[in-house]
Every structure is written in C-alpha cells, then in structure tokens.
Write a protein that binds this ligand. Sequence first.
Ligand SMILES: Nc1ncnc2c1ncn2[C@@H]1O[C@H](COP(=O)(O)OP(=O)(O)OP(=O)(O)O)[C@@H](O)[C@H]1O
Ligand SMILES: [Mg+2]
Length: 512
Amino acid sequence: MDATPAVEFRNVSKAFGEVRALQDLTFAVPRGNIHGLLGENGAGKSTLMNILYGLYSPDGGELYLEGKRTSIRSPFDSIRHGIGMVHQVSTLVGEFDAVENIIIGTKGNSFSLPIAAERARVEEICSRFGLQFPLDIKAKELSAGIKQKIEIVRALYREARLLILDEPTTSLVESEFLQLLESLQVLVKDGVTVIFITHKIKEVMEACASVAVLRKGRLQGVLSHEEMTKESLVKLMFQEKDIQVNESALPQVELPPTTRAEEPVLRLLDVTTSGSEGKRNLKSVSLELYSGEILGVAAVSGNGEKELAQVLVDPRRLAGGDIRLDGRSIRRLSTPEVLARGLAYTPEDRIQEGILPDASITDNILLGHHAEKRFLGGGSFVRWNSVRNAARKVIEDYDVHTPSEALNIRRLSGGNIQKVIVGRAYVSEVKVLVTHNPTSGLDISTVKFIFGKLVETRNGGGAVLWINEDLDELMIICDRIAVLHDGKLRAVFTRGQFDKYRIGLMMIGGDE
Ligand SMILES: Nc1ncnc2c1ncn2[C@@H]1O[C@H](COP(=O)(O)OP(=O)(O)OP(=O)(O)O)[C@@H](O)[C@H]1O
Ligand SMILES: [Mg+2]
C-alpha cells in the first residue's frame, strides 16, 4: 500500500499580532479514513485548517499534499488541489436554495446559473453518499444540520478528495451525528480523506482512525484509534488541569440534593406562539420551573425551542396562554422589564444575538443592564467606572482570556465570548436563568465551568431553564428534562427516570 500521507505539515507557524496561534507544527494526515483534530478553544485548529484551505498564509513552514510540496495561496488553489472545507459557521447564501448554493462560483455567474443541467449531478452526489435534503428551499429556512449537508455536497460537487469539517457536529443531535458519520464512511470508502475538528472526545473515539491533539498552538501528540482513551485524550488536551469525565467523556459534576420550592417560580400556561412558520411555533405548552432545580428542555433545533427562549424574555410575543413569574403574569412586559424582575438570559447564537461584536467587553457587559441604578448617573448618563469594574470582575471571576476589558469582544475566542455572556447574566441577581445551548462549541474545561455555574445557581436557590440539544449533557446535571418536539411538550422526566434512548426517540418525534 502507498503510505504517502494526504497532507503533511512541516514546522508550520502562524501569529496574529502577539498571539502565536500555531508554533512549529509538524505532523502528517494519512490518506483515506477520518482523522480527528482535537484541542481546547483557541488551540489553533481552525487556523491550521484555514492555512490548508488557503485562507491564511503561514508565517513559516511547509505543506505537502500527497508527498509534494505545495503552496496554497487561496481557496481557489485549494479547491484545485481537491480540498474542500465546511466552516464552523455556515457560508451558504440565505436567499439561495441548495442547488444554487452548491453550484454558485463554479458554473456560469450568479445571474445565469445552469441550474437544470447541474441539478442532476447534485442529485446523483446526494444519493451516492446518502446526503438527503430538500433541493428547492431557501437556505435561510433550513436547520443547521441540513445546511451542513449542503456544504458537504458542495465540496463533493467541486470534486474534493480531502474534506475538512470544522466542528460539524456543534449543532447536531446524536442521531444526526450518526447519519453524518455514515455518509463520511461512504466517502472514505470512495477514497476521500476527512479531517474532522471537534471538541467532543466521544465523537473522536467513535469516528476517527487517528487524532492529532493541539494545545496552545503546539502539537501535543497523534494517537491511533487503538491508543485513544477518554483519559489519554483529556490529558493531551488539558495537560495539567484535572478534569474528571463520565462515560460520555463529558465533565463529571456533583449534583447535591436540594429541596425544591413549593410554588413554581416560573409558570407557562398553554403558551402558544405564532411568529414563526410551522413546527417552530409553540403549541399550548404548559410547564413549571421551581427554584432549586435545573430543568432541561431537550429539543432538536427547529422544534420550537428558540421560540420558547424568545417568548420568555419577550412575553409580548405570546399569541395565547400566559407566563407567570413569581405568581404574576408577565405577558405585557417588555424585555428590560422582564430582566429587571430577575430573569437572566443567554441566547443561542452568541455572535448574532449575544453580543455587539465591534464593541468592547465593557460595552457588552452593560447590555441588558443599562437601566440599572448602579450603572446610571444623573439623567441617563452611564457610570462607566461602575461598568468597567463589573467587566473586570467578570474577567477575573470567569477567567476570561483577554489583555483588557477594552478589547473588542469579537477578538476573543468562542469560549471566552461565552464566558462574558454568562458572566453578564450574573451581573445582577438571578432568580431564573434561561440559557440556550450555552456550551455549544466549547471545550470541556469551559463546559465544566458552565455546568458549575448552573449547579451553583440551583444550589443557591435559583432556577435554571436550560434549553439544549445535547442529551448527554442534560442528563449530567438536570433535575428534570422536558422534551419539546414539533412545538409541543411531549413529556417531562425526573432524574432517576432518565432514559436516553426514550428521550432521544421523543426528540425526533418517536415513541408517541
Ligand atoms: N483572524 C484572527 N485575528 C486575530 N487572532 C486570531 C485570528 N484567528 C484566530 N486568532 C487567535 O488565534 C488563536 C487560535 O484560534 P483558532 O480559531 O485557530 O482556535 P480553535 O482551536 O479553532 O478554537 P475554537 O475551538 O474555539 O474554534 C486564538 O487565540 C485566536 O484568538
Ligand atoms: Mg475553531
């Protein structure tokens, strides 16, 4: 067998200003199979793959493709060399359907795409690799899982032989992950090499023939499938930190018994929404949340979970039913009024909805708290000193990696942005925390930190409503798990009755 690797990195380095994102990195990715690239937030995974894809040029070092030294100056170059990349954030054009998105940039121009002729080829690729999705629906209407399949088909349509997937599973539920894995295995049989970036150790162990682990821009080691254990991978990723993991390779957190309050702190009564299309709307959802508990809401993206979060912070969206906080209806309250009553919120999409990307960390800390007395001077002047102190406290308490609170928040890594968002929620007293996918895309050290925060809130007599797609995570620290599917509440399980298979089945509409 020809043992020439698909890709070889030799002494690759890259710095962004003072940040040394990659330092003298040398390793090879064998041909064929699925190979993992693992590392904590900010380890340099995306940077390395962006170099391979021609988006960044390295400061030093060499790249070998199929044994030949190659310099890749642009994505156009890399596509020509048979490299395809699916980025961390979808790059599809929202107004275009799948076929348009797949062929754009390769055939004709955006004004005259040869749709009919190419559609058949797209269909052929889809059926060959088991990647099925509607071809005629605009991308903006599609779920994250489907958009990702479209991006994979786009790479295959461009004849990729090396496929880079940058955290493809961040917004996939387990059944979707297994589907993706099946398709990737068909690709591998066809001779394609896949580089798979993820934070999830369990996925690396299930999917990858080998894995390279990065830490702070340096290679920590390459393990073969046989050498992979949860412990060996955690150790390579985090070195000195002591992180205990459970059987799903997620952080282990203690959940001491608490007594839950008699009366619910938050009560949803026949909550119905009408703002979105189809199954995304909530249909007569009734649910109680008690102080001293973490209530998980398990839902596959697009089943009303977003509307649930939104209606809680903006009850005026209610089309029917009522929401009571501390026994009083909040249906006529605006978002600032709801927040002032002690409800804190961390949104799903941290970049789009969670922050002002071009503003400083300090400015971002003020968001949602701007009407609070301690931040207001005379008139409507902001006491910037107080806000700055609050920002500094969040940076310190949450171990946010940043040179200063004046930095534009978009320059932080995903995990550090999320820490600021969670820290901001706790700037004033939290009675009820509504949090939507707070751990998405975060390394397990940060996940452990967030779990700790949720448990702390619960133990201190607060209540947490945790909307999440990852059932493994929910099962670790939830007192109860409610399942939302098709906008309806299917069931509520109590700790001790958690049955992963049954809950998972309900999430996708089974077990009626
Ligand atoms: N365009 C950029 N400008 C400045 N700094 C950057 C840029 N891209 C990455 N960095 C920095 O380089 C380091 C490596 O970032 P990179 O995005 O490669 O990490 P990652 O391993 O992909 O992390 P994550 O798991 O959070 O996606 C980080 O410290 C990051 O802040
Ligand atoms: Mg990344």
